[in-house]
Design a protein around this ligand. Structure first.
Ligand code: SF4
Length: 166
């Protein structure tokens, strides 16, 4: 699990994986403290800016770093909470704006795509592969193996954050 300790520790760990943290230390520390409260409450670090459902399997997409961090960094220069920021924002080359919560629309899209896969019969193709392909939903890392790794070698997300894509 990602370290949600102090600002300095968290920032160092993030920078080692190529991410940037908001420079407002007090603001970030308050977010980290809230994630730690969620770890105590639920047993996992649910996003401090969203309402957790309280069941890990239903909240996997919003365990920090959430599945929406990278697309939000690309499109808005920050994650939904403003904990992670892009390099452009950090350097003052881009201003922050409000960020819509991708979670709701993503869940709806997911339901539709599951139906589509069943409809197209992709299951037969999947069976032809020698090993399954897993994708880290946090950073997009792909691997072909029987089980997902315990930790993503790129972003350090836990194995539960991998989805089998083929
Ligand atoms: S929006 Fe930011 S703080 Fe919230 S879970 Fe995603 S990455 Fe973490």
């Amino acid at each position: 699990m990602v370290n949600f300790g102090s600002y300095d520790e968290f920032r160092k760990a993030a920078e080692e994986t190529g991410y940037f943290i908001n420079e407002d230390k007090e603001f970030v520390q308050a977010l980290l403290d809230s994630i730690n409260v969620n770890i105590d409450r639920y047993g996992y670090g649910a996003c401090p800016c969203r309402l957790a459902l309280g069941k890990k399997e239903k909240d996997l997409d919003i365990i920090c770093p959430c599945n929406y961090r990278d697309p939000d960094l690309n499109d808005y220069g920050a994650c939904f909470c403003g904990l992670y920021v892009s390099e452009e924002v950090l350097k003052g080359e881009k201003n922050l704006s409000s960020i819509p919560d991708r979670r709701i629309s993503t869940l709806k899209t997911q339901e539709k795509s599951d139906d589509k896969i069943k409809e197209l019969g992709h299951v037969k193709e999947i069976r032809k592969l020698k090993v399954p392909i897993y994708r880290c939903v946090v950073c997009g890392y792909l691997c072909g193996r029987e089980q997902p790794p315990n930790k993503c070698p790129i972003c350090k997300a836990d194995s539960e954050r991998f989805e089998r894509i083929l």
